[in-house]
Design a protein around this ligand. Structure first.
Ligand code: HEC
Ligand code: HEC
Ligand code: HEC
Ligand code: HEC
Ligand code: HEC
Length: 334
């Protein structure tokens, strides 16, 4: 760390200023825009990166860094250009107005670590000597560090009887047998003595495959496929974005049968004259609820179980969809 050339002068003084600004109050946890800063996020972030270079390399390759520039997000934003979306995907920049380099930095070091005090860190019995003040916060070592961005409602609350979650990874986690394991335990494994900042998720095939086990068997002319959560999953499968899903596809006797496991939405009039997207069903895999497919197939059958990142549904029932990426979880013959 010490070998790297950094502009310590401005850095040290501004962190101290931050620590004085809100000393005493409860530390805020990371979240969407607005984040009030006295200093430009880009230059502040460049200083973190200069000293913490290996963490910076991991973060540069993570989807947090790409939260705004990510083509999948850009496509979705073009379709639905509301400032609300930029709040989390470009939390350092004002959500209205032109795109700036500050938007393109995505979810940055400073977004998670620098709020109203010195950089947030978890409490430690024997910390290493640091080059700057540190705010050690027990809450930063919990799901609170992620919750403000990873659990949120559709913004049209005034058109609904009750708020509807657009993503609810944190409640799914709380309801799972992994509730006592924090998000970082799985998403920030220790690599070279430090918590990794690659934040593996739905784009890493091995990580995705670790979430479930697939049992496929034949009994006479019936086939039975079951997808169960493993101890390595910490919430529903899939979780996160509302368009993630799992499909089970069976080819037998010249036809293909596809079962979709997902959150299902459809239009509903919730309040007089207010038609909103309502959640009609949710049959994603949880530790309490495996996905089960039973089919009559007397002849040879081929099956595949696939995790999909859907860009857009082209038919309301989901059977026609634009797929941004997928991972084969299991495939075989029965
Ligand atoms: C001048 C070099 C330097 C700069 C600039 C710097 N750090 Fe540090 N930081 C250190 C050193 C050295 C340590 C102590 C060794 C360690 O834990 O990596 C440390 C420790 C930390 C820790 C605590 C690790 C722990 O749990 O003990 C966090 C979090 C942190 N820095 C975040 C940041 C952030 C965010 C920025 C940018 C706002 C930043 N640092 C800028 C050198 C620097
Ligand atoms: C409160 C924070 C928040 C808001 C607001 C938000 N998102 Fe997201 N978005 C996330 C998080 C967290 C993820 C990561 C979940 C995942 O990867 O499954 C995500 C993932 C996505 C993805 C998937 C990206 C990929 O790499 O495949 C798309 C597309 C997306 N959001 C579009 C939008 C759009 C469009 C809006 C506005 C209608 C929006 N988001 C509003 C937090 C937010
Ligand atoms: C999405 C939020 C997020 C982002 C972005 C992020 N961090 Fe962290 N970082 C955390 C959390 C949470 C922890 C504590 C993990 C734990 O529970 O031990 C952490 C831990 C650390 C540590 C201590 C690592 C260790 O195990 O000793 C340092 C140093 C650090 N971060 C620096 C950075 C730097 C530098 C960047 C940008 C290059 C960055 N972080 C980006 C959330 C984030
Ligand atoms: C400031 C908001 C914010 C915070 C805080 C935050 N995230 Fe995220 N996270 C996002 C957004 C936005 C995305 C989606 C990026 C994209 O478009 O691909 C994301 C994506 C992810 C992904 C998906 C990676 C992938 O490639 O599928 C994981 C895993 C993740 N975050 C875990 C965490 C964890 C764990 C924490 C807490 C330590 C955390 N995040 C804190 C906003 C945030
Ligand atoms: C016991 C380990 C474990 C814990 C704890 C855990 N996760 Fe995950 N997470 C996984 C696995 C495995 C996957 C890949 C399978 C999937 O997408 O569900 C994943 C996927 C994700 C994704 C990517 C979703 C997608 O498909 O793009 C996000 C975002 C995420 N987790 C956020 C979180 C947050 C936030 C927490 C804490 C509230 C958390 N996770 C707790 C294991 C865990």
């Amino acid at each position: 760390v010490a070998r790297v050339n950094v502009r310590l002068s401005t850095f040290g003084s501004c962190l101290l200023a931050l620590s004085i600004a809100r000393a005493g109050g409860e530390a805020r946890m990371p979240g969407p825009w607005p984040i009030v800063r006295a200093h430009d996020a880009i230059s502040l972030n460049a200083q973190c990166e200069a000293c913490h270079s290996s963490i910076a390399r991991e973060w540069r390759g993570s989807s947090h860094h790409e939260a705004f520039t990510d083509p999948s997000f850009q496509k979705a934003l073009a379709k639905e250009p509301v400032p609300f979306c930029r709040g989390c995907h470009a939390p350092e920049a004002p959500p209205s107005g032109p795109t700036t380099a500050t938007a393109e930095i995505g979810v940055a070091c400073v977004t998670c670590h620098v709020l109203d005090r010195a950089p947030l860190a978890i409490p430690r019995a024997a910390p290493l000597p640091s080059a700057h003040p540190i705010a050690r916060e027990p809450r930063f070592a919990s799901a609170d560090a992620c919750a403000r961005c990873h659990e949120f409602d559709f913004p049209d609350r005034d058109q609904r009887l009750a708020p509807l979650a657009m993503q609810r990874t944190v409640s799914e986690h709380r309801a799972s047998p992994a509730a006592d394991k924090r998000c970082a335990a799985c998403h920030m494994p220790i690599v070279d003595g430090r918590r990794s900042h690659r934040f593996l998720g739905g784009r890493d095939p091995d990580f995705v495959r670790s979430a479930v086990e697939v049992v496929a068997r034949r009994a006479g002319s019936e086939i039975h496929i079951e997808v169960r959560a493993t101890a390595k999953l910490g919430h529903a499968f899939p979780t996160g974005d509302l368009f993630r899903r799992m499909i089970v596809r069976v080819h037998a006797g010249g036809t293909t049968t596809t079962k979709i496991f997902a959150r299902r939405f459809g239009p509903r009039e919730e309040l007089p004259g207010k038609i909103v997207r309502a959640e009609l069903a949710d049959d994603r895999v949880t530790h309490a609820r495996p996905a089960v497919v039973g089919l009559h197939a007397p002849g040879p059958a081929r099956y595949e179980v696939v995790y999909q990142r859907v860009q857009a549904l082209l038919a309301p029932d989901g059977h026609d969809a634009e797929i941004a990426g997928e991972t084969i979880l299991a495939a075989g013959e029965l």
